[in-house]
Design a binder for this molecule. Sequence first.
Ligand code: NAD
Length: 480
Amino acid sequence: MESGKLWIDGQWVASTGDRRLSIENPVTGEIIANAADATAADVDRAVKAASKAFYSGAWSEMTPGERSLCLWKLGDLLLARQAEFARIESDNTGKPYQNGSMGEVGFAVDNLRYYSGAARDAAGLAAGEYTRGHTNLALRVPVGVVGQITPWNFPLMLAIWKIGPALAAGCTIVLKPAPSTPLTTLMLAELTKEAGFPDGVINIISGGNEAGQALVEHPDVRMISLTGSVGTGKKIMQTAATTLKRVHLELGGKAPFIVFDDVDVEAVAQAAAGSATANAGQVCVSATRVYVHADKANHLTEALVDAMQAVKIGTPYEDGVVMGPLISKTQRQSVQGFVERAQQDGASVLTGGRAPAGFDSGYFYEPTVIVGADQKSEIIQSEVFGPVLTVNSFKTEAEAVALANDVVYGLAASIWTRDVGRAMRVMKKLEFGIIGVNNHVNGSSEIGHGGMKQSGFGVDLSVESVSDYLVTKNVLFSDM
Ligand code: NAD
């Protein structure tokens, strides 16, 4: 990878500007690299390359089998360099190497193999004679040049969730990773050439929010696909309206974790703590709001405190570490601010609520359990994006559902009970796109990942995601 350059039209090019993004290691606070901060002119150049590749048919007119092969090869190349990608991902995000980035790169390989298969069955055309003497062809065609924008919490994996289905559908892309974590996405660029993707099909530009804005404004981009916060999703939707682009929005979450009175409390506490601290709680589907039946509230709260205190915090390459630091100083200040305001609002912190002792550097934060928060308070209503769980109780099934649904988000939720009928009733009433029964989000490439309400719309993963990048062209043939 050529440091400080952008990947446009199948080669590394210098930015037209001289601004640089400083890339930090959140474990040490050291700057480990710098990357170009793409200008609007760079964005235009990347979009032109993607347009040329799309309209020349270099990619969109390849057979599905040929496209499939490129995606499969990209997966093979990534697998061959799994350890190297995982190391850079851990250095750039602070996440554990064995219990984090190695698995993420492995899953990204599986995602690419899945999309390689999906590419062969994506277009699906249908013909029918609905008017006498005429035959209609309903062709599913790629939407065109797609702008894709990713966040910092799973940099490489979420880039693959974006490019995989778009490429399988036959689109060409300009991808902008998050400004703080572009390294592994840029590393992927060179592999795309080796995998046989024609020049201009995949363009990767590092840059900040302004570069993202320029991509959304560009008139030749037909669709914007974002994984990011609700606020960014709203801005992008507004900007996209001026050129009436399609938008595909995977946004924030505030997942409820609903525990009934017939469960193994210790096992459920382990599951909640595991979800709340995975990736240091910086996951859109992290368990965040525990609602427990009043009869089990004391027992579960105690078990949760124990489970959160037992989580092994540390640097990425230490044995057995399951939780690293938060992504940045700003993020830690933000999490700390949420916890302090919760206390000012009358809630109590049972464990955590501070940086752990024994770390001289890095943005570590203790797994935190909060009780006594009001349902309408900020700590319950807003995405914290840190290892913080609130615990509240309910008395009836209806109350549990009402509390769980009472946020603007609708991404993930889980129900914990041995009663199948109750799980079915509750599941039907929850307004969330991903629901676990006795598990909290165990996805796979075949299972769609997408939300409701202000968590956005459009789906990552599964065949549904490929459909999101296709449009229908109806062609009516006369028999004359
Ligand atoms: P963010 O919204 O701040 O940034 C996401 C991306 O959008 C970045 O690349 C950023 O540069 C870009 N961006 C920001 N403003 C823009 C603008 N006006 N125009 C165009 N691009 C712009 O989010 P983040 O802090 O990087 O990531 C955390 C958020 O992502 C959380 O809310 C989390 O829940 C969400 N997330 C959602 C999912 C999901 O699948 N639903 C997955 C992971 C993360």
